[in-house]
Design a protein around this ligand. Structure first.
Ligand SMILES: [Zn+2]
Length: 215
């Protein structure tokens, strides 16, 4: 933990988020300049670190991985691999095809349900019922934004359909999709400054917020 994080109880959290954000920016910066998708040895795993298939090493971030590829260990392995291929008289094109097809079906490992908070309110003037959902996605896949969907009781296949309800779903990998059963009343879809329908993805706190009013 950095000294910066010890400053106060609130400071700890925000500095953690700053770190995530900085790491994210560095990663994106590097990704823009180096096409790691053409590197047959890198594996990006679900907890956000990178593995070298050639040396079987794990790296906390992309910068660390790239530094590793310049290092003696990786270079030696590369040279050995190249010599071996030459001996076996493999066409390099074939090699690239085999390796990329092996790493291509990257399957997301689900890590469980996210934490959430729901606030139910009634507008004192209009009497409208409102629901505010706040979902925490601290381990969301980098670069991803949570998605939501409203589904009728007849579209879903988890419960027996009940026409009095509809479902609000939230999805963000690697989390499991969660669904809330809400009254099957018409939702006020007005958006904008005075709108009654509002979503927000906080990239720093990694929290997704959705507010809705029923008509
Ligand atoms: Zn390596």
């Amino acid at each position: 933990m950095s000294d910066f994080g010890k400053a106060g109880s609130g400071g700890l959290q925000s500095s953690q988020y700053d770190n995530i954000d900085r790491r994210e920016r560095t990663k994106q910066l590097v990704l823009e300049h180096i096409d790691i998708s053409k590197d047959p040895y890198i594996i990006s795993n679900h907890i956000g670190s990178f593995e070298c298939r050639l040396c079987l090493t794990v790296h906390n971030n992309i910068g660390n991985y790239l530094a590793h590829t310049q290092g003696k260990k990786h270079q030696t392995h590369l040279a050995r691999r190249a010599a071996k291929e030459q001996r076996e008289n493999l066409v390099s094109k074939n090699y690239v095809q085999t390796t990329s097809s092996r790493i291509a079906p990257k399957k997301t490992i689900k890590i469980g349900r996210p934490g959430y908070k729901i606030i139910k309110q009634r507008d004192s003037k209009t009497g409208q019922l409102s629901l505010l959902f706040q979902i925490d996605y601290p381990e969301i896949e980098s670069g991803l934004q949570p998605r939501y969907r409203i589904m009728s009781a007849f579209e879903q296949r988890v419960e027996a359909p009940n026409k009095d309800y509809q479902y609000l779903l939230f999805a963000a990998e690697p989390y499991e999709t969660i669904a809330f059963k809400i009254p099957n009343k018409e939702i006020d879809r007005t958006t904008g400054p005075d709108g009654k329908f509002f979503t927000h993805w906080d990239r720093n706190k990694l929290t997704f917020t959705l507010q809705m009013y029923f008509k």
